[in-house]
Design a protein around this ligand. Structure first.
Ligand SMILES: [Fe+2]
Length: 170
């Protein structure tokens, strides 16, 4: 990540997302590929070495392919933008037109962890109350447009939140 030019701040974010995603994965009863979750989360913002724009997902996936990363990881990198865009949304945003929707539980856990880490690090909740990012997730996403972006994205995040929380044992 550093060699590719990712900033210390972005790298720190990726490390936090990886830690949170692994924590979430371990708290679920789902059979998940923890290594994929950790590596996908750690690398998800590789494209921020080139741009912080919406294309950072696609660019990151291209860089990942050049590095020889498997498609399971580059898919996470490419699809993490706004929680997995549909073809229509991709067209509207000027991205290559295809279906970016999330298919696997590993993809969903990484994206959920990405949102939780933003909520935790951006001071939306008290740092000592990290679980508040989950218990108050719905309210926070609805009230902070920068996370939800729009109705479709907000609805997607809610779905991941509900699905993943339903798999939690702790
Ligand atoms: Fe990102």
């Amino acid at each position: 990540m550093k060699k590719s030019g990712v900033s210390d701040e972005d790298l720190e974010h990726c490390i936090k997302v990886a830690q949170k995603a692994v924590e979430i994965a371990k708290r679920t009863t789902a059979e998940v590929d923890i290594e994929l979750i950790a590596r996908g989360a750690l690398l998800h913002d590789l494209g921020k070495s080139k741009t912080h724009g919406i294309e950072h997902g696609r660019i990151g996936a291209e860089l990942g392919k050049e590095l020889g990363l498997p498609s399971t990881i580059t898919d996470i990198m490419e699809k993490h933008i706004r929680g997995g865009l549909t073809e229509d949304e991709a067209k509207e945003l000027g991205l290559p037109v295809k279906d970016y929707s999330l298919k696997t539980i590993e993809e969903k856990i990484v994206i959920y962890a990405d949102r939780l880490v933003d909520i935790i690090t951006e001071g939306i909740i008290e740092l000592k109350d990290e679980r508040g990012s989950e218990t108050r997730f719905e309210e926070i996403i609805k009230q902070n447009i920068k996370y939800g972006k729009n109705d479709i994205t907000t609805r997607r995040y809610m779905e991941y939140h509900k699905e993943i929380q339903s798999l939690m044992k702790t």
